[in-house]
Design a protein around this ligand. Structure first.
Ligand SMILES: Cc1c2[nH]c(c1CCC(=O)O)Cc1[nH]c(c(CCC(=O)O)c1C)Cc1[nH]c(c(CCC(=O)O)c1C)Cc1[nH]c(c(C)c1CCC(=O)O)C2
Length: 357
């Protein structure tokens, strides 16, 4: 499959500028899970197509990626896919069950670790690259396009638990009882993630985000042993491989949800942008990261979208004032919920774009 690299000129560089620490005309805003079930047009589309059918088909994935861009003046698109396509490509079955979420009927065990298909894994994910390539063209340069991946620990969690979990105690058991096997798995995932991100960038992703959604179940000690080294390897190796392939570097975002306990350490991993959730105060974040040349992304509580319009207005304004307009990308502190009122998102975007930088 060839890659069409004759890309349209990017007309809105706000988000990439903020990521690189350059001056912006207005604050950039995008929303995690912006292409999702809160959109009536997405729910309609899902009646016709299975979740992974959309992920697998570049034209479907492109169509769904564009839905929020048509409706709102967002400053970035994020390719429609899922973090669990990596476990799938490694040979695990993943089902998306309505009302339940992702289910892996046969979770990974110590015994099946050696059965993972580690050869040609990224080749199997090329359909994501094709979706990115098509979408980058269809966006006509209106906004930049995010690629993304799950972080090693977050993927490990889903693979061992067989889906989401309240405690991630089965996956954490590996960390305490089987540290060697844990490192073996994390290393396998890290290698796939590096090549997966490089592939996405080669196909046209203009910025990439690493989702470590399960950071909140660990602590500084565990995160230092089982996450930080792999996250650093990812940023360093991706950049090295881009240079070797003579591809342009793109900004990298790390979103370690609930990972405030090691924010300072995250700043040393080589990511331009760090995402933070709503449980951490803007002033705390700015203080820890001052003089670190890091852009902050976040952190409105997704539930704030249930507020009245005037309350939502003041909450967003308060957040913008507290973070300040230097090196800041506006987002929620986690993905938008399926029952979020669709007008609330317009309110957020309007407040952000009328904020004087
Ligand atoms: C942990 C995680 C997953 N997937 C993802 C993460 C990291 C972000 C996070 O922490 O929320 C990432 C993801 N998943 C999806 C995107 C698409 C792009 C976007 O709009 O942001 C992205 C960036 C689509 C999706 N991924 C999923 C949906 C909803 C499923 C459906 O349409 O039936 C969408 C639109 C399903 C999914 N996929 C996953 C879960 C836990 C669920 C169930 C929760 C839910 O139902 O909302 C795994």
């Amino acid at each position: 499959m060839s890659i069409n690299k004759d890309f349209p000129l990017l007309k809105n560089e706000r988000l990439l500028k903020a990521a690189r620490g350059e001056k912006v005309d207005k604050l950039p805003v995008w929303i995690m899970r912006q292409a999702g079930r809160y959109l009536p047009e997405f729910r309609e589309y899902r009646k016709q197509h299975d979740f992974f059918e959309i992920c697998n088909n570049p034209e479907y994935a492109c169509e769904v990626t564009l839905m929020p861009i048509r409706r709102y003046e967002l400053d970035a698109a994020i390719i429609f896919s899922d973090i669990l396509v990596i476990p799938q490509a490694l040979g695990l079955d993943v089902e998306m069950r309505p009302g339940v979420g992702p289910v892996l009927p046969e979770p990974l065990t110590l015994e099946t670790l050696s059965n993972l298909n580690t050869k040609g894994t990224v080749k199997k994910l090329e359909y994501v690259g094709q979706a990115i390539n098509l979408t980058r063209h269809k966006l006509e340069g209106n906004v930049p396009l995010f690629g993304f991946t799950g972080a090693p620990w977050t993927l490990m969690g889903y693979m061992i638990e067989g889906g989401g979990s309240k405690t991630y105690s089965k996956a954490k058991k590996w960390l305490y009882a089987h540290p060697q096997k844990s490192h073996e798995l994390l290393e396998i995932l890290t290698q796939v993630i590096i090549d997966y991100l490089v592939m996405q960038i080669e196909y046209g992703a203009q910025i990439v985000q690493v989702f470590d959604s399960n950071a909140e179940y660990l602590n500084k000690n565990l995160y230092s042993i089982f996450c930080l080294p792999y996250l650093k390897k990812i940023s360093l190796e991706v950049r090295k491989k881009l240079r070797e392939k003579k591809l342009e570097e793109v900004p990298m975002v790390l979103f370690a949800k609930g990972g405030w306990y090691c924010l300072e350490e995250q700043a040393e991993l080589g990511y331009e942008v760090l995402g933070v959730d709503w449980t951490v105060e803007p002033k705390y974040v700015r203080n820890i990261l001052k003089n670190k040349n890091i852009t902050i992304q976040g952190n409105l509580d997704p539930c704030a979208l249930y507020s009245s319009k005037s309350d939502l207005n003041s909450q967003v304004e308060k957040m913008l004032n507290e973070f300040g307009s230097d090196r800041y990308i506006v987002n929620l502190g986690h993905g938008i919920y399926p029952d979020a009122p669709i007008d609330s998102l317009k309110t957020v975007v309007d407040v952000v774009h009328s904020f004087e930088v």
